[in-house]
Write a protein that binds this ligand. Structure first.
Ligand code: SF4
Ligand code: SF4
Length: 169
């Protein structure tokens, strides 16, 4: 597995190959089989990985806090919803979700844990979304994750091996 600090640079080095593999999957992969492959690799690789030693996702993105989470998040921190919004959040436009004021995310703690604990947003819990269905239609989002997440990077590399992709270019 790559060191988290090296993921972006390695992904950029492989950018062309990664886009070609996306095209290859679009043309040749079976949708259901591809989901099963992603899910198997996701479970296998995350089982042994300590995300607290990485946290690239929390460092490179703002935390996105859905409106419906605000009450429980504020209660988790022992403050009012008004204080929660005032201290931590901003919103670009009406209708959009709130996001944290800063990047790295304001809720990231030094030990790599999240200040919101189990109240962290579902999007954070599910990142890099490689266990979700319909991967064939989400490969651009996978390619984004490959630039951030060492596990997503490794999943994509293992898929290339499983499809013997290098021999087909
Ligand atoms: S989900 Fe990926 S980017 Fe986020 S902490 Fe875990 S390994 Fe790192
Ligand atoms: S809310 Fe927590 S898990 Fe989500 S980006 Fe911020 S620190 Fe990371």
């Amino acid at each position: 597995m790559l060191h988290p600090d090296n993921v972006y640079q390695e992904a950029k080095r492989k950018e062309d190959e990664n886009y070609k593999f996306r095209t290859y999957l679009k043309m040749h992969a079976d949708e259901m089989e591809l989901d099963r492959q992603f899910q198997r690799l996701h479970r296998e690789l995350f089982a042994d990985y300590d995300c607290s030693q990485c946290r690239n996702c929390c460092k490179q993105y703002y935390g996105i806090i859905p409106e419906e989470d605000i009450e429980k998040d504020a209660a988790h921190l022992g403050i009012s919803t008004e204080q929660f919004i005032d201290f931590f959040l901003k919103k670009e436009r009406v209708g959009l979700d709130y996001h944290t004021k800063h990047k790295p995310c304001d809720f990231l703690l030094e030990d790599g844990s999240c200040k919101l604990g189990d109240c962290k947003p579902d999007d954070c819990k599910n990142y890099p979304y490689t266990e979700q269905p319909e991967q064939l239609w989400s490969l651009l989002s996978v390619l984004e994750a490959v630039e951030v997440c060492p596990v997503a990077f490794e999943i994509y590399e293992r898929l290339k091996e499983e499809y013997r992709f290098r021999g087909k270019r």
